[in-house]
Write a protein of this length. Structure first.
Length: 462
């Protein structure tokens, strides 16, 4: 289409709708107080527009639903397993895979197999469940994102990259024997859903091979990352999303994958590898903790939905729509002077809570505060990606160490909300920004050590 052509609409039409309800403001205040100011604890029915996560919240296609009905349910050897295997080999290109019930199960099996006490796992930036699974297995997660990733206003094409120089220095300092694997998360969720370039993935692969260390990709949003590569990296404009994905995964020894994101399903995941030895270990542990290796803790129908969803997510028309919708939300927020992480990622728009609420110190959880206030003002549920999620207590001093970034994530479920829903979200946030000086912080009164933000409790600071 030429430049004068109208903007293309969504590449689908709506076949079924679900009613949503906006409670009055006073009721929302009561509801958030009852759950100790933690939006994770709200009932879904009490949320008007739910941008808590894009994981497991996609609208599935008619082809996916049809496949779920058609597939055979069997304890071992269901046809849906082989459908998923075919899709994995065609798009990812790995030799072996194991289905699991979601991405963190893949992380659990991977790290339970490969990690040993006091080892190190470098990553561009670990997300919360990845970090927790490493810590639970007595490893040490290490974040090596470039410094540019922490500047929310800086516009660069690939702010999710790992700092390759720092990675090699770290390996030399700690010795390769202390590093059982290197990970790269695509897209880099913790710093604003920022993409990783193919060049950076190659550089990390070369360094890893030099020291004999396996590389695994956290592939939750691989197709969105590949679309960014197609749009922004030289030499990829004329390649398909699937071709870019095959090249990207060719530089890795395996991957973890949450089907709840880019298999467009409500549950499911995979653990992939090229190593027969690792596959045998993964499979044996899977049978103990997840289920037999051809269903991995899932009903067989979910495997078929994943297989079909993987082909839908690498369709370029879908990716154009997906990225256009994220950019649409970002533009309205920009126009309202709301501080966001630039450029917007592929699955969410992130609000810079430090800039939104500069008067609230990190120990009063500005990103959590903003998340709570957004629900009170609009009925919209977002996610805190700040000091509640990634802050630490120094075990020696007891001092609180805040996260480097204080972000509120507006994660957009796939094929679920219209532009009008997102316009409402942006307008509510813009109005909230105009009275930001009236917002007061929160005090945390409870949080477990691992993944504490899911069940943390807070109270307002008067």
């Amino acid at each position: 289409m030429d430049e004068k052509s109208p903007r293309l609409p969504e590449p689908f039409k709506i076949k079924m709708v679900e009613k949503i309800t906006l409670h009055p403001r006073e009721k929302r205040k009561e509801l958030i107080k009852k759950v100790d100011y933690n939006v994770f604890m709200l009932k879904a029915e009490d949320v008007f527009i739910d941008l808590l996560t894009d994981s497991g919240t996609s609208a599935m296609s008619d082809r996916q639903w049809a496949g779920m009905i058609e597939t055979t349910q069997a304890y071992a050897g269901s046809q849906s397993y082989y459908s998923l295997e075919k899709a994995m080999k065609d798009i990812f290109g790995f030799k072996y895979f194991i289905p699991v019930h979601q991405g963190r199960a893949a992380e659990n099996i991977l790290f339970s197999t490969m990690i040993f006490p006091e080892c190190y796992v470098p990553n561009n930036t670990h997300f919360d469940t990845t970090e927790a699974n490493i810590l639970r297995n007595k490893g040490i997660p290490v974040n090596l994102a470039t410094e540019d990733a922490y500047d929310s206003a800086k516009v660069l094409p690939f702010k999710g990259n790992m700092d390759a120089r720092k990675l090699e220095e770290f390996i030399r300092e700690k010795t390769p024997e202390k590093i059982p694997l290197i990970m790269t998360t695509i897209t880099n969720n913790s710093v604003g859903g920022q993409p990783v370039s193919m060049q950076n993935i190659k550089e990390v692969s070369v360094i890893a091979k030099k020291y004999g260390i396996p590389v695994f990709i956290d592939a939750c949003r691989f197709a969105e990352n590949c679309y960014f590569i197609k749009q922004r990296e030289e030499g990829y404009r004329n390649k398909t999303i699937k071709e870019i994905a095959r090249e990207l995964f060719s530089y890795a020894d395996g991957c973890t994958f949450s089907g709840k994101k880019e298999a467009l399903t409500n549950i499911g995941g995979m653990l992939c590898t090229n190593s027969e030895e690792l596959y045998e270990k993964f499979r044996n542990l899977t049978i103990v903790i997840e289920g037999f290796a051809t269903y991995g803790g899932l009903a067989c129908r979910e495997l078929e939905a994943m297989a079909r969803g993987l082909y839908e997510v690498v369709d370029e028309n879908y990716q154009v729509y997906r990225h256009r919708q994220v950019e649409y939300l970002a533009k309205i927020l920009r126009d309202g002077d709301v501080p966001i992480v630039e450029p917007p990622g592929g699955h969410a728009v992130y609000i810079d809570a430090k800039k939104f609420l500069p008067h609230i110190p990190p120990e009063q959880f500005p990103a959590q505060t903003l998340t709570v206030q957004l629900y009170i003002e609009s009925g919209v549920r977002a996610a805190e990606i700040g000091s509640s999620c990634f802050g630490k207590i120094d075990e020696k001093t007891g001092k609180f160490i805040p996260a480097r970034m204080e972000l509120m994530r507006l994660a957009i479920p796939r094929r679920t909300y219209t532009d009008n829903h997102l316009k409402y979200v942006a307008e509510c946030l813009t109005m909230l920004y105009k009275k930001r000086d009236q917002i007061k912080g929160l005090r945390r009164i409870y949080a477990p050590k691992l993944l504490g933000h899911f069940t943390a409790r807070f109270e307002p600071i008067n």
